[in-house]
Design a protein around this ligand. Structure first.
Ligand code: ADP
Ligand code: ASP
Ligand code: MG
Length: 420
């Protein structure tokens, strides 16, 4: 029998009524003949509440204990969900991440999945049961509970879909699908029918909370069919697909804002071989995830070096930088945690002119100052003052007409393929 994985986010299971409604969806899939695996998040804002509880007792909680605590939110949801299914006459069994041997590395609060015991789930499905798995959590090789980072239940779901060779993975959330940008900030954002793995990966990495970026990585690697949908409506959402040729014609398909971030700048670092390696190996040892790095030579002897990180890594990053400060011989270290990063993303950027120009022009007209700029093949990002973040995102969205469906947007000049 074909397997389907259904994932329900926090707002979709926030109370008994919503769990009942989600259970109805699960029953519908079972009635269609699917073997159903459900992954669920903690109810409502429970993870935020648990973090606040921890911080009240210890402003720097030990990360192992934080994981142990946070994992309980998802466990509550799946056991309640199984009870709702049982009440409706369905045989259901819930598991923690540890019980299905979702093995991760030992990096607490942002662990990465290494393997999953699909056998245990297959056995339960064969018995005709609906299987529920607590999202966001696993165990390391020593049996310690780990969590996968905020929003990590998406990754649990897609990784399970890959391990079980599921026909599809449906991500149920509180919006109608993936929009051109966060519809809560830019009200005129439009829903996309489909989006390529590469684009949503870049959007998710740059702050689009609608999907956890590791989930998209798994999906792309294992070719999992992902469909992002609204748990409260019976409508199609957005399908994540491999790139199709007409996608190249859409120059900018989405824009993002990342607000929970910080930037560390080191000025007048000795410009000699090995200094960047020294700094970044220290940061790697401290398990700090780096977003973007910018280094510029200021003289043959000196360089300025800056990098951006998630704000949750700031404490560890500062410690790591201080540890090598002497060796780098820098003048000053500046930390900014009042920034936001605005990005535009689209696979069509590879083959069209005028995108950077349009983005910088829109920010200039909105009187938003750009702190720094980074690019990839399919993305342009600008760091701006956090206070101006929403205004900047709106200006960029209007400039790229992200309030209209792609075929109705202005066309850009196409680059001619290089002559051989
Ligand atoms: P869940 O609890 O279901 O996982 P999340 O809050 O993690 O839900 O993700 C859904 C939210 O993502 C939406 O409410 C929306 O505000 C935000 N979001 C950010 N960017 C986008 C986007 N491009 N399209 C849709 N939603 C987005
Ligand atoms: N409950 C976790 C969070 O709030 C994981 C998730 O919802 O995906 O981040
Ligand atoms: Mg989420």
């Amino acid at each position: 029998m074909a397997i389907i994985v259904l994932k329900f986010g926090g707002t979709s299971v926030a109370n008994a009524e919503k769990i009942r409604r989600a259970a109805e969806r699960v029953i519908k899939a079972a009635k269609k003949g699917f073997s159903v695996v459900v992954v669920a998040s903690a109810r409502g804002k429970q993870t935020d509440g648990l973090i606040a509880d921890a911080l009240e007792l210890n402003p720097e909680p030990p990360e192992r204990e934080l994981d142990q605590l946070l994992s309980t939110g998802e466990i509550q949801t799946v056991s309640l969900f199984a009870m709702a299914l049982a009440a409706a006459g369905y045989d259901a069994i819930s598991f923690t991440g540890g019980q299905i041997r979702m093995i991760t590395d030992g990096v607490h609060t942002k662990a990465r999945i290494k393997s999953i015991d699909a056998e245990r789930i297959h056995n339960e499905l064969k018995k005709g049961r609906i299987v529920l798995v607590a999202g966001f959590q696993g165990i390391d090789e020593y049996g310690n509970i780990t969590t996968l980072g905020r929003g990590g239940s998406d990754t649990s779901a897609v990784a399970l879909a890959a391990a079980l060779d599921a026909q599809q993975c449906e991500i149920y959330t509180d919006v109608d699908g993936i929009f051109t940008t966060d519809p809560r900030i830019f009200k005129k954002a439009v829903k996309m029918e489909k989006i390529s793995y590469d684009e949503i990966l870049e959007m998710a990495s740059m702050g689009a909370a609608v999907m956890h970026s590791r989930a998209v990585e798994f999906g792309k690697k294992h070719n999992v069919k992902i469909h992002v949908r609204n748990s409260g409506k019976e409508i199609e959402g957005t399908k994540i697909t491999t790139e199709e040729s007409q996608m190249e014609d859409i120059v900018v398909s989405g824009a993002t804002i990342q607000e929970d971030m910080a930037k560390i700048s080191l000025t007048n670092v000795d410009n000699k071989p090995g200094n960047a390696a020294r700094l970044f190996s220290q940061l790697a040892k401290a398990n700090v995830l780096i977003n973007d790095i910018v280094q510029t030579e200021v003289s043959p002897q000196k360089a300025n070096l800056s990098f951006t990180i998630g704000i949750s890594d700031l404490r560890a990053a500062k410690k790591a930088v201080e540890a090598v400060r002497g060796e780098l011989n820098c003048d000053d270290i500046f930390v900014r945690d009042d920034i936001a990063e605005i990005s535009v993303i689209g696979v069509g950027m590879r083959s069209h002119y005028g995108i950077a120009d349009k983005m910088f022009g829109a920010l200039a007209r909105a009187k938003v100052n750009i702190d720094s700029i980074t690019t990839s093949e399919i993305r342009i990002s600008c760091i701006v003052d956090k206070q101006q973040g929403h205004k900047a995102l709106q200006a960029v969205c209007l400039a790229f007409e992200l309030d209209r469906p792609a075929p109705k947007r202005k066309k850009y000049k196409k680059r001619k393929p290089a002559k051989k």
